[in-house]
Design a protein around this ligand. Sequence first.
Ligand SMILES: NC(=O)c1ccc[n+]([C@@H]2O[C@H](COP(=O)([O-])OP(=O)(O)OC[C@H]3O[C@@H](n4cnc5c(N)ncnc54)[C@H](O)[C@@H]3O)[C@@H](O)[C@H]2O)c1
Length: 251
Amino acid sequence: MKRYEDKVVLVTGTASGMGKAAAIRLAEEGAKVVLGDVNEEGNQATAAEIDAAGGVCRAVTFNAMEEESCKALVQSAVDTFGQLDVVVNAAGIAGFYHLEELTSDIFNRIMNINLNSTFIICREAIPHLRKTKGNIINFASLNAKVMTAYQTAYCASKAAVAAITKCMAQEFEADGIRANVVCPGGIATPLVKNIRFPENINKRLLANLYPLSRQGQPEEVAALVAFLGSSEASYINGEDIFIDGGSRSAM
Ligand SMILES: NC(=O)c1ccc[n+]([C@@H]2O[C@H](COP(=O)([O-])OP(=O)(O)OC[C@H]3O[C@@H](n4cnc5c(N)ncnc54)[C@H](O)[C@@H]3O)[C@@H](O)[C@H]2O)c1
């Protein structure tokens, strides 16, 4: 029997990178998957890939910046497939800024997409997860623990994602709901490829950003997500699990 047979999983950030890889992997393992992303075209392309492989999914366009959109995403998962077993919050953005150039608009945008949407989606999902004794997997980052110059907003958002996830793990443990944090580092995705550094940075401060010989692949992270969300991980709760090829231990 497949690990996700009869399970409904909501994944955000499914138009590319690790959210996409996780959605495809979970569908392969039998889950009915709801795909949430602001990039409609990319999201539809992921849905088409899952369909072509014989999986079951529904693509929903949503904007993590907007509370109502986050709420509607959760509701549409339940309306479409009748239940919710696992929520994977992978939508996110990154950015390097000199602190003096980090406007409140940019700061708030990073916090809204990375942190606030994660909080809102989890809050809206809890009543449904209570019924299924489901679980939550939130994407933080190596930067939830290792703080980097020029990444004030990103590091703050990811440390907070780890914090709120652990609070949820405590609060809902007695309801049979687990909540864990995936902390990737150096995964080959468009997010990393498109990183631009501001001018006049002190390169010495970023010297150990990528200490390893290779980048990780989104599919390697998807394998971790599929394990964590399954009943095989039934006693793993409130953990942040680093998947960085050893970067953290080299820092
Ligand atoms: N790639 C890495 O090495 C790395 C390291 C640490 C943490 N992360 C985290 O992993 C998660 C996935 O990142 P990735 O590397 O796969 O990046 P990615 O850019 O490939 O995917 C991110 C997805 O989020 C979506 N998204 C962005 N803004 C959105 C919004 N307003 N509403 C809805 N969707 C939105 C994008 O359209 C995209 O599909 C992110 O939370 C990221 O911060 C990545």
